[in-house]
Design a protein around this ligand. Structure first.
Ligand SMILES: *Cc1c(COP(=O)(O)O)cnc(C)c1O
Length: 385
């Protein structure tokens, strides 16, 4: 099974939905922070599968946990108990300070669960979300995702109100008798790595408590060490009523979760929500191994340190086309005064994978295990460009 690049792309053109803009390389393997294409060319990966491979590609501990589990038990459904799901639920509750977990398979599915739970718990139907928010592509999650291009063809969606991000008063004013909850990313990812002021999430927490609406924190992208804390809400010392996780949760294996505080979680009764694959033994074994790697290798701290290092180096670059550089941990956005496609293409040719979000923001979300030397090479390539 060794198709060349043209054969692979030919089959995509013929058989796969045209929903993605893909970079013109086909990847064959990856290890740590390095990805190798089918021609043997290597790239330093600053995308990490969109903030997924926090522990690096094919981390040996994750690989061996999956190999071991795959031979013993992959899937039995949630009609039965498994040890792996029990252990992972305990681990996640302890790490997140939430109280119960519902397992699913992706970010959008976690958000769907969160919205359903908030509706059931409050008996209300509407949500308040932020401008430029991204929460996923299925219908519930899409109803709180802001970008008109993503939403318009699929309207009518569930009712929601969008308010400016980083403006707690706008949330205060928007809450009304129909509001079930407020959903926010603690740092906006797809919206362009937007970091709110220090007390924003904390103020929103206070408003939600006072007005008795639920706060849903979407940590699908910011979770598992990405921002220099296990979860970005720790930066403001705030707990949500509901929290969503996915992307980096399974160390590269598809995995998601919706967590809630006890009094809310118990509003979901038997049959209110379900997922066939959710929390199967294989995905739970991958997630358990992933969490242990983050712990064992001190990757949360490392994210903070390497993030500072990369920020410093980026700030020292020529800033002719740079509007702003912002970041927390290894979640960094460089907002340009031009579209970033050209830079992404040139960087790839020079062996660095970069991602562009919101047209003009270069988003750096490399594996947390990336080395200083690798970051030096990345910045060197940007300097040349
Ligand atoms: C990526 C993302 C999602 C959607 O996750 P999928 O796994 O692609 O469905 C939801 N919320 C946030 C904050 C995300 O970054």
């Amino acid at each position: 099974m060794t198709l060349n690049y043209n054969e692979i792309v030919g089959k995509f053109d013929r058989y796969v939905f045209n929903t993605y803009t893909r970079q013109p390389i086909a990847i064959r393997s990856a290890n740590g922070a390095v990805v190798t294409d089918v021609n043997g060319k290597e790239y330093i990966d600053c995308v990490a599968g969109i903030a997924v491979n926090n522990v690096g590609h094919c981390h040996p501990d994750v690989v061996s946990a999956i190999k071991k589990q795959v031979e013993e038990l992959m899937h039995v459904s949630n009609l039965y108990y498994t040890e792996q799901q029990a252990l992972l639920a305990e681990d996640l509750v302890n790490l997140s300070k939430m109280e119960r977990v519902f397992f699913c398979n992706s970010g959008t599915e976690a958000v769907e669960g969160a919205l359903k739970l908030a509706r059931k718990a409050t008996g209300k139907k509407e949500f308040i979300a932020a401008e430029h928010a991204f929460h996923g592509r299925t219908r519930g999650a899409l109803s709180v995702t802001h970008k008109p291009k993503y939403r318009t063809p699929f309207e009518p969606l569930a009712p929601s109100i969008f308010v400016p991000y980083d403006d707690a008063n706008a949330i205060r004013s928007a809450i009304n008798e129909n509001t079930a909850g407020v959903i926010l990313e603690p740092i906006q990812g797809e919206g362009g790595v937007i970091i709110p002021s220090d007390d924003y999430i904390w103020e929103v927490r206070e408003i939600c408590d006072k007005k008795e609406v639920l706060l849903i924190l979407d940590e699908v992208q910011t979770g598992f060490g990405r921002t220099g804390k296990w979860f970005a809400s720790e930066h403001s010392d705030v707990r949500g009523d509901i929290m969503t996780l996915a992307k980096a949760m399974g160390g590269g294996f598809p995995m998601g979760a919706m967590l809630a505080q006890e009094d809310i979680a118990t509003k979901f009764e038997r049959g209110d929500h379900a997922s066939t694959f959710g929390g199967n033994a294989l995905s739970c074994a991958a997630a358990l191994a992933n969490i242990n790697v983050i712990r064992k290798e001190g990757l949360v701290k490392r994210s903070e340190e390497m993030g500072k290092y990369l920020m410093k180096k980026l700030n020292a670059l020529n800033k002719d086309y740079v509007k702003e550089i912002r970041g927390k941990g290894l979640m960094i956005g460089v907002e340009l005064s031009v579209k970033c496609d050209d830079i992404v293409n040139k960087a790839r040719e020079k062996g660095v994978l970069l991602n562009c979000t919101s047209d003009s923001v270069l988003r750096f979300v490399p594996p947390l295990i990336i080395t200083k030397e690798q970051l030096d090479s990345v910045v060197g390539v940007l300097d040349e460009i």
